[in-house]
Design a protein around this ligand. Sequence first.
Ligand SMILES: Cc1ncc(COP(=O)(O)O)c(C=O)c1O
Length: 397
Amino acid sequence: MSYNFDEYIDRYGTESTKWDAFENRFPGLDAKGCIPMWVADTDFRAPQEVIDAIVAKAEFGIFGYPKGKGKSFDQAVTGWIFQRHGWQLDPEWIVPTTGVVPAITHAIQAFTQEGDGVLIQPPVYYPFKNTIQKNKRRVIENPLLLDEETEQYEIDFADFEHKLKDPKTKLFILCNPHNPVGRVWSEEDLTKIGELCLKHQVLVFADEIHSDLILKGSRHIPLGMLDERFNQHVITAYSASKTFNLAGLQTSVVILPERRIRQRYLEQLEINQARDINIFGTIALEAAYTHGADYLKAFLEHVESNLDYALDYTEKHLQGVRIIKPQGTYLVWFDFRGTGLTADQIDALIIEKAKVAVDLGRWFGEEGAGFLRFNFACHRSTLVKALEQIKEALKAL
Ligand SMILES: Cc1ncc(COP(=O)(O)O)c(C=O)c1O
């Protein structure tokens, strides 16, 4: 089957957060008429096999309680993760959840107490901080450092270990690939992370939701695959939602290799009454992981080509702006600090003047001031229009 990411699909008026609900996310800014390039979903249809599977179930017309994950579901997950990353999962380790953020929340509740510390690496996907705080745990931060030579973010390992050493630090949320800075952590980085977390007995939640979305020249290594000892100390999350645009179906899986950790996690799911998963979500995940390889290949080519276009355009036309070249994800971290504007001025310029709705860098932590996150999982014309509007806004300064 061939896939067409050149078809423009009008999503206005389709109950989409990205296209229909951005006004309430930008208080004080007039986001009306903005081009939506925020929220991490794509402007494309899911693979036809996913649509067909959902339609078949819908036409059956009986939507009673599903029995939970079955053999074919497990086969789809184990097959996909082995095919993508070479990691052989035991079906017993796989537990479906209603999304990755809920899965993180269950882990926080299961493995930490109120007042304990949970470590994150800002600038990072902001719901991490939000769920830690909402659960009355302490947010411990190990900010990433931007290396000006490589123009890539790196982990400050001295500070990382310092934060792990605190006996109150109980859980570390790893984001790999990292949203928003686009790093795909190397084997060397992951080995250090795994060793240090073992040494200080800090459990790891590895959010690998973006791990299908690896760009040319990089390879994703699941932390749990790297070393049997890490495997016993890591909870990993995967989902088909980013890759195949299924986020509205709210389904993901967590991988829990260690028996006692798995038991405790399942107990927490019982406490939270969160064992049941929507039937359309499991059907869609199974179909995507079974039939989605060609779709993913074509989608990644599209994202790469949008990225190449933007890199070239930015260098030629957007003075003072640079792209931190992502190794993974379809999210692209733009550095606007070279324009000499303040973070407030940058945010206002891009949203109010250029009329492009993006994720503001500061949403990801103070380290994000002066940066903006763009979503490149869009039609080329959307990207071209956004870049041209930014060029005009910068020119009018
Ligand atoms: C790193 C990361 N984790 C989790 C999520 C959301 O996952 P879910 O919708 O399954 O809760 C996102 C969505 O953008 C993400 O970027």
